[in-house]
Ligand binder design. Sequence first.
Ligand code: TYM
Length: 339
Amino acid sequence: MEDQRKSVLSCMQPTGLMHLGNYFGAVLNWVELQKDYRCFFGVVDYHAMTMPYNIQKLRNNSWDMITDVVAVGVKPENLFIQSLIPEHAELGWIFNCFCSYGHLTRMTQFKDKSKNNEASSKEGFISAGLLDYPVLQAADILIYRANYVPVGKDQDQHLELTRSIAQRFNNTVGKEYFVLPETLHTETPKIKSTADPSRKMSKSAGEKHFIGVFSDEARIRKQIRSAVTDTGDTKPGEMSEGVENLFQLIKASGYKQNEYEQLQKDYSNGELKYSDLKDVVADAIVEMTNVFKERKKELLEDKRELKYKIKQSSEEIRKVAQETVKEVKDLVGLMNIKF
Ligand code: TYM
């Protein structure tokens, strides 16, 4: 029987391990949405090639990210690895012809990443893949006709571009073939770096700018203890970005919620001690992540089992992608093997 549920898609790059921004901004929603929707969640290794990367590490990084995502509660049957489904790249090519070059050059992530790259790599090499990245992202989403895409705020512009590609495609073929996907945010769509709350938590900014979900307890506590609270540019009566970020971390964790209420009261009365706030944040994050770490330990005891499951699930999910690509090729005038 055909699955009538609405569908959800989201993806994550296999660049190092999962951090609290990824978890609270997106993956927490992935776990919840599995209850009611047909879900497709990908570890996108083609995307991880767009910036200079280590060939020896990429494959292992993909498996590590799979393990992390399963350890926090994503079901293996909803997961795939992008390069096991080459139709993503095929649809990406087709979409290149439905997206203007100018639109891609206006993407803030492209501007930021190409600037970083110029500064950090010796040759200042900026790949065409980096410019084209959002088109592949549109293919990731539309290939499963996703209704909803749970992501952090930093992906809003890419979702806009996805809708514009879908719209142009529909107009060109004269049919409402693709649904226009909607973005879904958690309550914390932008977690900030604790070392510099004016920027988002991210791996690309360097070690101190992200807290790993699977980092050891001592490191998590140390990073939180040294969190920047007052940035000096806060208006009177306004909570600083750093303090707000720390409150958000407790709230989002689901732990230490009574303490959270008390600390909010202390803040309102002008009695908040930052050291107390940081202690509660650290306790909440450590309690939450300990549960995930236990689960990860179990998963690592049988790595082959998990790999086997993901290969199977990728094969199943690929069937959906193949169906879409077949229909798209028909619609745009390309050849299919069986016609
Ligand atoms: P990536 O791998 O950088 O991040 C994965 C998810 O984590 C979210 N995120 C954050 N949310 C809140 N606060 C933060 N500090 C933070 N940092 C990261 C991201 O918004 C994302 O949801 N382009 C995507 C990967 C991608 C994708 C897709 C996503 C490829 N194809 C299709 C959705 C749909 C990326 O680089 O995410």
